[in-house]
Ligand binder design. Structure first.
Ligand code: UD1
Ligand code: UDP
Length: 362
């Protein structure tokens, strides 16, 4: 069986790496790697290839940034040509980014089977570009690999037959477990002058938090509240940096001397920062899951989450978008009520193997 694996944006690398690694133990399966180039900065892409031991992509599509339509269309055109030249049995996509939908659509129209890893997650909020990508990708996928049991309910409610759905666990946690010890050896806390358990780690990049002046100001208000309590480490996503610049808000951020603004981090340093944080403050999908796996309290600055298990079982708490809720949550934590949670079912480091076992018998 020949599988074409697709990566495009930062969180995709952590999801595909363990699948490629595990595929070496499945002699009947060969994998090829296509990078769409949705993310392209050294610190948003290449660094992850080095740290996660990903092979160089067999093909790099180089699509870059653009509107949703432009980016999605560019990936589709380029990926269609790839499939012209190299036939494949299965196209494997992960997550919910534009590259995920674009490649699954191209494959499906060519009657190539599509495997979607991280299927069935729903925020219920169609204003999120990712929600549209999730719904459409799942509709045209042949193998839907889920991270939590609720996902199957979401899929069945959308008419997807149960026989296509496979609850296999969380590939992102495969990567986390594989690299945690190595990450903890990194000198990043010393380099930043931070102490374990004493700082907040913050990542924010959702359009709903940064894309309008009002949303970006609200996000900064929350950061001010956080920074009044702890030193904050803030690896700044390129979208967030460019929006703050556009709205003239960088000086307001720079005035927060407790906030240490740093470049987007490589996986190992970021994992080290997460594993030793007092708390994470985020709107990232992946960070909600990783903090649950690490038992680090996570305060999510969003109105909804497509990953409810991180709240019902894990260490995540959904704050909504009112900065006052952050204040309350921090008071609760200070009173000794930090949420630690437990590790969800099958988040055990073996999800990639389960995926390949399903595909091997398909
Ligand atoms: C994308 C995904 C989002 C995911 C995030 C992970 C979609 C719709 N969104 O959002 O689900 O959570 O990646 O980080 O697919 N930029 C750079 N360098 C880069 C990449 C981007 O400077 O290497 C800047 C560009 O100004 C670009 C902007 O960031 O316009 C946004 O990039 P884009 O890939 O469109 O969306 P993200 O916000 O990164
Ligand atoms: N991450 C990283 N460096 C950073 C910020 C995040 O390596 O500076 C990792 C994080 O550990 C997780 C993934 O990137 O594995 C999450 O990506 P992101 O937040 O960009 O996207 P989302 O998960 O929200 O789609």
């Amino acid at each position: 069986m020949h599988i074409t694996c697709v990566v495009g944006a930062r969180p995709n690398f952590m999801k595909v790496a363990p699948i490629l690694e595990a595929s070496k133990r499945f002699p009947g399966i060969t994998c090829r790697l296509i990078h769409t180039g949705q993310h392209y900065d050294e610190r948003m892409s290449d660094l992850f290839f080095q740290e996660l031991g990903l092979p160089d992509p067999d093909v790099y599509l180089g699509v870059g940034s653009g509107s949703h339509a432009v980016q999605t269309a560019r990936v589709m055109l380029a990926f269609d040509e790839v499939l012209d030249k190299t036939p494949t049995d299965v196209v494997l996509v992960v997550g919910d980014v534009n590259s995920t939908l674009a490649c699954s659509l191209v494959a499906s129209k060519r009657n190539i089977r599509v495997a979607h890893v991280e299927a069935g997650l729903r925020s219920g909020d169609r204003r999120m570009p990712e929600e549209i990508n999730r719904i459409l990708t799942d509709q045209i996928s042949d193998y839907l690999f889920t991270t939590e049991r609720d996902a199957a309910r979401n899929l069945e409610a959308e008419g997807i037959p149960a026989c296509r759905i496979h609850f296999i666990g969380n590939v992102m946690i495969d990567t986390l477990l594989q690299h945690r010890d190595r990450a903890l050896q990194r000198p990043i806390l010393r380099d930043l002058g931070q102490k374990a358990g004493e700082y907040a780690l913050c990542t924010l990049h959702r359009p709903s938090n940064v894309d309008t002046q009002e949303a970006a100001e609200n996000t900064l208000t929350a950061l001010e509240i956080l920074a009044a309590r702890f030193p904050v480490v803030l690896p700044l996503h390129p979208r967030t940096r460019s929006k703050l610049e556009q709205f003239g808000l960088l000086p307001r951020l720079e005035r927060l001397t407790q906030v240490q603004r740093i470049e987007p981090q490589g996986y190992l340093d970021f994992l080290a920062l997460m594993a030793q944080a007092h708390v994470a403050f985020t709107d990232s999908g992946g960070v909600q899951e990783e903090t649950t796996a690490l038992g680090i309290p996570c305060l999510t600055f969003r109105e909804n989450t497509e990953r409810p298990i991180t709240v019902t079982e894990g260490s995540n708490q959904l704050l909504g978008l009112d900065p006052k809720n952050l204040e309350r949550a921090l008071d609760e934590m200070a009173a000794g009520n930090a949420k630690r949670g437990r590790i969800p079912e099958l988040w055990d480091g073996k999800a990639s193997e389960r995926i390949l076992t399903v595909l091997q018998h398909a």
